[in-house]
Design a protein around this ligand. Sequence first.
Ligand SMILES: Cc1cc2nc3c(=O)[nH]c(=O)nc-3n(C[C@H](O)[C@H](O)[C@H](O)COP(=O)(O)O)c2cc1C
Length: 237
Amino acid sequence: MRVLGILGSPHKDGGSAQLLLSALKAAEKEGAKTEIVSVYDGEIKPCIGCIHNEEPVCKFPCIFDDFGKSILEKINQADGLIFSTPIYWFAPSGPLKILIDRITCLENMISYGEPSYMEGKVVGAIAVGADAGGPWTCGYLITTFTSMGAIIPPWGIAYSYKGNKAIWDDKALMDVINIGLLVIKMIKLLKRGEKSQLTYIDNKNLLNEIRSEVLKELKHIKEFENYGRKTISRGNI
Ligand SMILES: Cc1cc2nc3c(=O)[nH]c(=O)nc-3n(C[C@H](O)[C@H](O)[C@H](O)COP(=O)(O)O)c2cc1C
């Protein structure tokens, strides 16, 4: 069971990375092999919409030979995907949106008489911000991926407004641990017919264990006293 974590943040130790690593560690405890890629680690050319050409050429592999293509190949190989993005104006970060547009080449295999290559992949969504837009950002992600044929597990979204202190947000941390566990439980159910409870678990020992593992990996994470925008409040949307 391969799970690819896709980081939508330029910060390898930021809140999105902290929660993504936590979700992947939970997935590993359920038996997953995990890998992480960042959309900021290379060039991802924007989609040029060749799906609309008279002779449609939008198919996997994408026509662009760039870093985006290597991520698309990893996506194609994965059984599960966990996206973790900073909230940039109520939405995923720009490079992640560009990657999502490029995923059209996997979905558009339906135009070539094949199923969408996204069909049956299990997808979880995590968003980290400073004040607002978590459900909108996660909602965008899960709406898009179910529309490509992917499967969203129960409890499949999580968000925090604690910015680069997200690892200390107990509710969000428990939520992403559940994403990691449930992505794998869904894969086991779909691929092997293995049934298990798809219930949200609240397990403080597991939470502390995963937090300390992630903190060890990201040793340089410090608590920032005055993090966050203090002057503007948009409420918790
Ligand atoms: C361009 C930009 C737009 C942002 N828009 C929002 C927003 O709409 N809602 C929000 O809660 N935070 C917003 N933020 C704050 C980031 O989401 C926040 O800094 C977050 O911690 C970044 O995640 P990271 O630590 O994983 O990089 C914005 C930040 C930037 C740079």
